[in-house]
Design a protein around this ligand. Structure first.
Ligand SMILES: NC(=O)c1ccc[n+]([C@@H]2O[C@H](COP(=O)([O-])OP(=O)(O)OC[C@H]3O[C@@H](n4cnc5c(N)ncnc54)[C@H](OP(=O)(O)O)[C@@H]3O)[C@@H](O)[C@H]2O)c1
Length: 338
């Protein structure tokens, strides 16, 4: 069986989960891919740090270009996060003829078009299932089995931290600050929660969905965005009185005035399918003109759920390499508009 060498940039939450998932599921991964996928080198800028997985130290390098320029490595997993230097490393990897699998919504939301273009020019694949909805397979579903549809609207609960906070405010009648503190203690919120609670993370993901679902290029900074930090217990109680729940909803819809999009706290009637999505779970609700209503539900974050999406992409790339046809399809809706 052919061995395909894979390099990985970063060994934090998702990187460790990706490494662990290979250890857990190597037989089924190999069977599905039809090739042996080996994580051969890992970028680790702090080799002395304790990591969540045991990795033979000879796999580590502190130099990203030892991975990017390694002629034996065919696929690069980018799980560093942040816009830079991750975007530069991905671009250089694509130029070097490597396939790239990434979970990085911040980099994709800003530089996705440039990276897609580079992937096409260099006849390599750029896959990013883990970047929206963690383990939920929304990207490939929209780009592949659902590709014949046109959509009027997409609604998403795309951030687990904010959904956890709103759920607990609703269920316990607790205040925002108290629930945030508890979420931080339990690891559901970052020490600096700004990107989550102010809706920035959800806007990054909506930007990627806008490109996929509507073929529209909208930078996160151009998406009207409001987070949950100003929601009070009184707002939650008033929503309840109206038979509603407050959820942080990322929405894009075709209207008479054109495409509208936003991330904002939204009143949802209790009967709405998204109103039942609680705690750290994520969901995406779509209405296609052929398929009608669909909802994708699952864990939007976490080491193993996210690794599941990373491996789905890796296996697809591995299969295409084995067939000798590893160049990617353009996202649904064709290339994004400038
Ligand atoms: N966490 C999730 O559940 C989740 C879900 C979906 C998508 N994602 C995305 O997955 C990516 C990774 O997230 P994560 O939670 O795994 O982050 P993380 O735990 O902070 O891990 C990031 C890793 O990259 C390394 N790194 C960061 N900047 C670097 C640089 N300039 N040079 C070398 N190494 C660098 C870090 O090194 P140090 O350890 O030395 O700091 C760490 O090993 C992000 O794009 C995130 O948005 C995460």
């Amino acid at each position: 069986m052919k061995t395909i060498k894979v390099g990985m940039l970063g060994i934090g939450n998702v990187g460790s989960g990706t490494y662990l998932a290979l250890e857990m599921n190597s037989a089924s991964i190999e069977k599905s891919a039809g090739v042996h996928l080996e994580i051969a080198k890992i970028l680790n800028r702090r080799p002395e740090a304790k990591r969540a997985v045991e990795v033979p130290p000879e796999k580590y390098t502190a130099d990203p270009y030892e991975i990017i320029n390694d002629p034996e490595i065919e696929i690069i997993i980018e799980v560093m996060g942040g816009i830079e230097p991750a975007s530069t490393y991905m671009a250089d990897a694509l130029r070097a003829g490597k396939h790239v699998v990434t979970a990085n919504k911040a980099a994709l939301a800003v530089n996705g078009e440039m990276l897609q273009k580079l992937a096409m020019e260099n006849h390599v694949m750029l896959r990013f299932e883990a970047s929206v909805g963690g383990g939920i397979p929304i990207i490939n579903a929209v780009a592949d089995p659902l590709v014949s549809n046109q959509y009027d609207e997409v609604l998403g609960i795309l951030n687990g931290t904010t959904n956890y906070i709103l759920t607990h405010m609703t269920e316990e009648g607790a205040d925002y600050a108290d629930v945030l503190k508890k979420a931080q203690e339990l690891g559901f919120a970052e020490p600096d929660p700004t990107a989550d609670v102010e809706g920035i993370d959800a806007a990054n993901k909506l930007s990627i969905l806008l490109s996929l679902v509507f073929g529209a290029r909208v930078l996160p900074k151009d998406i009207p965005t409001e987070g949950i930090s100003r929601i009070s217990g009184a707002d939650i109680a008033a929503a309840k009185e109206q038979g509603c729940k407050i959820k942080l909803i990322a929405r894009a819809a075709k209207t008479d005035k054109g495409l509208e999009y936003s991330v904002r706290p939204t009143l949802l009637p209790k009967e709405h399918p998204l109103a039942g999505v609680n705690n750290e779970f994520n969901a995406v609700f779509l209405k296609g003109n052929a398929v009608d209503e669909l909802m994708f539900y699952g864990r939007g974050a976490g080491a193993l759920p996210t690794a599941s999406a990373v491996w789905g992409d890796l296996i697809e790339v591995g299969k295409e390499i084995a067939k000798g046809a590893a160049y990617d399809l353009v996202v649904a809706g064709g290339p994004a508009e400038a």
